[in-house]
Design a protein around this ligand. Sequence first.
Ligand code: ATP
Ligand code: MG
Length: 202
Amino acid sequence: MAGERIGILGGTFDPVHTGHLTAAVNVRFELSLDRVLLVVANQPWQKIGARPVTPAADRLALVEAAVEGCEGLAASAMEIERGGISYTADTVAELQAAEPSAELFLVIGADVAPALSSWARLEEVRRAVTLVIVNRPGTRVIAPGQHDLLAGWRTRFVEIPALEISSTDLRDRVATGRPLDFLVPPAAIRVIRQRNLYRGPR
Ligand code: ATP
Ligand code: MG
């Protein structure tokens, strides 16, 4: 659609949770975005070697189930279809090529901001998007020193309900048999159960 305002919320989504979804819907509302894409990383380069990441197809199925029926949110498989290591710069370039008149908003949680400077082809990303930062419990939105980090970026801050939910904790919950209810949408919990995810050795 011409002149669309598109949000990009990239993540590993291992698994997707209410924190991601709350960020997506509130950014969409506050910045009047047409849609927010939850872009599932194929191989997140930051996480390689740190722990086994759940197969991309499973993580995509979780996000698809989670956004079902939620207006303005969509799961995106573009990084999975591209294959290999996922770089935000490639995703942004692909969206720009597909929708040259769209305005792109890259959404990140405050915990991700300090790592920005290590991103591949940072300049390209900076030119192409408005960076949208949302608060995340445990991280100050702008810590001392981050001002420099964000120099040159078009930035917006969107305050969302603070939800202390992380995929790391949810994986641990499944492994130890604790409930996921109200932390993960019911449809995504069903996918976790059906595919028997997060039960293996951690
Ligand atoms: P993990 O614990 O495995 O790192 P995560 O919960 O951080 O998982 P990611 O897939 O790494 O989830 O996060 C994708 C994006 O969503 C990041 O920009 C992250 O900052 C943001 N995000 C994740 N959880 C929250 C939350 N509870 N509130 C706000 N933003 C969040
Ligand atoms: Mg994370």
